[in-house]
Ligand binder design. Structure first.
Ligand code: IMP
Length: 237
C-alpha cells in the first residue's frame, strides 16, 4: 500500500520534487542520518556504502516513518521526494534512493515503475517471467539491452535537497541466474561480466574501488558522486 507521509501535506508534488537551486553542503555530513527506504535490499547496500564514513544510520522502517507516494516522473524527482518526506518527519538529514531497471526494447520500462511492476506481477520471480514474455511477444530479438538507473538524494529538514545519479549498462539474461542480491538482479548481466548481479556478492556488485575508478553498480556510481560532494574521507575500508 502506498501512503502519504503526513509531512507532505500542503506541499504540492512538483514543489517536493525539485532539487534546491545552488544546493551546497556547507560542512561535510556527520553524525546520524535516516535512510529513507523500506526495501531491505537497498537498505543493506546503502548501509554498506555509508559504513566507511563513520555515519550512523537509522532506517525509515525503524523509525516507523510512512512511505510517501512516488509522484515524480524521474528517479531524481522520486528520490528527492522520499528524502524530503523522511527529513521533515524525522528532523534529521535523510538519504533516499530511487532506482529501477530500464529495458531498451520496452521503451525504458519498467524504469521508475520497477517496484510497482513487481508488486502487480505478484513478486520478482513472476515479474522477471513477465518481462521475458513481454520481450518474446515484441518485435525485438536478443540481446536485450538494459540499464539500471539510480538516483540518491540527500535532504535536510529545512527542505534543501539534491540528487546524484548513476547508471550501469548491460544485457538481460533468461532464465534468471543466481540467488544473491535482490529485485531484478538475477536477469541483469553488466557489460564486461559473465555473471549476473544475482551471481555476485554484495561487495562485487557495489563496492567502491579504492583508486577512485567507477564502482560497478548504478547505486555505487551514484554514491561516489554523493560522497565527493557531501562526505569526508573514509575512516576505514
Ligand atoms: P523504488 O526505487 O522503491 O521505486 O524501487 C525500485 C525497484 O527497482 C526495486 O524494488 C527493485 O525492484 C528494482 N531495483 C532497484 N535497484 C535494484 C538493484 O540494484 N537490483 C535489482 N533490482 C533493483
Amino acid at each position: 500500500m502506498v501512503r502519504h507521509a503526513s509531512g507532505n501535506r500542503g506541499v504540492t508534488p512538483s514543489k517536493l520534487c525539485l532539487p534546491t537551486p545552488g544546493f551546497k553542503v556547507k560542512a561535510k555530513l556527520q553524525g546520524q542520518i535516516v535512510i529513507a527506504t523500506h526495501n531491505e535490499g537497498k537498505l543493506a547496500e546503502m548501509r554498506d556504502l555509508l559504513a566507511p564514513y563513520g555515519i550512523k544510520t537509522l532506517s525509515s522502517g525503524e523509525l516507523g516513518l510512512p512511505e510517501p507516494e512516488e509522484t515524480g516522473e524521474t528517479f531524481a524527482a522520486n528520490a528527492i521526494l522520499k528524502a524530503r518526506a523522511a527529513a521533515q518527519l524525522s528532523r534529521l538529514p535523510a538519504f533516499a534512493d530511487d532506482s529501477g531497471l530500464c529495458i531498451d526494447a520496452l521503451n525504458g520500462e519498467p524504469g521508475i515503475h520497477s517496484a510497482r511492476y513487481a508488486r502487480d506481477a505478484g513478486g520478482f520471480d513472476q515479474a522477471m517471467q513477465k518481462l521475458e514474455e513481454a520481450l518474446a511477444a515484441g518485435p525485438h530479438k536478443p540481446p536485450f539491452k538494459a540499464h539500471f538507473g539510480c538516483a540518491l538524494a540527500l535532504a535536510f529538514p529545512d527542505g534543501k535537497a539534491k540528487a546524484f545519479e548513476g547508471r550501469v549498462f548491460g544485457e538481460l539474461v533468461f532464465p534468471p541466474r543466481g540467488h544473491l542480491g535482490f529485485g531484478y538482479d538475477p536477469i541483469f548481466r553488466p557489460e564486461g561480466f559473465d555473471q549476473t548481479f544475482g551471481e555476485m556478492t554484495r561487495e562485487e556488485k557495489h563496492s567502491i574501488p579504492a583508486d577512485g575508478s567507477p564502482g560497478l553498480s548504478h547505486r555505487a556510481r551514484a554514491f561516489q558522486l554523493f560522497a565527493k560532494s557531501c562526505l569526508d574521507g573514509r575512516t576505514s575500508n
